[in-house]
Design a protein around this ligand. Structure first.
Ligand code: PEP
Ligand code: MG
Length: 317
């Protein structure tokens, strides 16, 4: 549909039959918060905190951090903000946290793994999030850890969050091992958010930044979708914990339908994509989304899955 004919997003994501799907925004810095709020996003599903401090030689003080987080929270009174703890390393090195001599940084000490040697940095960050949360008590603040691979890591993160008086903790599912062990991981935390960018990279063993591998680095790859399905199933078995998606896949309207059909309950994306995703979701019932999701998971290839779903979604044309 021509952009002009897509209705404005009214702040409540849902399918044609009324099934709710939270539509959230991804942001990187406090300056992104107000534009995201005015776009009608129901909240922030991924606040990439490392973007606030890229290029910094030294760790930002707890006061500086709390100020950055508070500026974001202030734009979302009464709404949800998911703060991701520093995802330093690989494509986003932070000089005060990242060893730049690693031979293979994507498989190195990145994300939550940095807390092995530097739990103090994570503790200070969680303390700063808690301080900002106290200043904005009407915001539903949640924290989540990137690059979780095991249930032990998830449990360790949840404990650090409790120590910091942050009651709601979650993890990103972006390592295939975590998708396969989602049930035990989700027993330790309250929610999961699938990072399809890294989940695709690690499932397909294809560098997400290498355009020569673009056809492998495709979240429509049935193997990736199978892992999303496994994650939702594990989260269900762990007591019905919610699973969202915050990778680029959530911004592709046809793939958004598939993800919802697989049982994902929230989608977080750049604010510019929310309107188009909302419009397509509103064109379809949950039963049809489930059928299209099954087609995409069972497809012989990413291209075949994409084509099959497209045929089932006349609203895309
Ligand atoms: C992801 O990996 O899908 C994700 C959302 O995190 P990032 O892109 O910041 O690695
Ligand atoms: Mg990631």
């Amino acid at each position: 549909a021509a952009a002009a004919s897509i209705p404005e997003f009214d702040g409540a994501g849902r399918l044609a039959d009324g099934h709710p799907v939270e539509l959230l925004a991804n942001i990187g810095t406090p300056d992104d918060a107000e534009p995201a709020a005015s776009s009608g996003a129901e909240g922030i599903g991924l606040f990439r905190t490392e973007f606030c401090f890229l290029g910094r030689e030294t760790e930002p003080t707890p006061e500086e951090q709390a100020e950055a987080y508070r500026r974001v929270f202030e734009s979302f009174p009464g709404r949800k903000v998911v703060v991701r703890t520093l995802d330093a390393g690989a494509d986003k090195p932070l000089p005060f946290l990242t060893d730049r001599t690693e031979p293979n940084p994507a498989l190195g000490v990145r994300g939550f793994r940095t807390a092995d040697a530097r739990a103090d940095v994570l503790r200070r960050q969680l303390g700063a999030v808690a301080a900002a949360r106290s200043a904005c008590p009407d915001v539903d603040v949640r924290v989540m850890a990137p690059m979780i691979a095991t249930a032990e890591e998830a449990g360790a993160f949840a404990e650090l969050c409790r120590d910091a008086d942050l009651p709601t903790s979650g993890v990103m599912i972006e390592v295939p091992a975590a998708a396969l062990k989602a049930e035990s991981i989700l027993r330790a935390v309250d929610f999961a958010s699938v990072g399809t960018n890294d989940l695709t990279q690690y499932t397909m063993a294809a560098d997400r930044e290498l355009s020569a591998l673009a056809s492998l680095s495709d979240p429509w790859q049935p193997a990736v979708l199978r892992l999303v399905a496994d994650t939702v199933e594990g989260a269900g078995a762990a007591g019905g914990k919610p699973v969202g998606v915050c990778g680029e896949a959530a911004a592709d309207p046809a793939l958004a339908v598939v993800l919802v059909g697989l049982g994902v309950s929230s989608l977080s994306m750049s604010r510019a994509s929310i309107r188009a995703v909302s419009a397509v979701l509103r064109s379809i019932d949950l039963s049809d989304a489930r059928r299209l999701a099954a087609d995409a998971v069972e497809a012989e290839s990413a291209a075949a899955g994409r084509a099959a779903v497209r045929v089932g979604l006349p609203a895309l044309d």
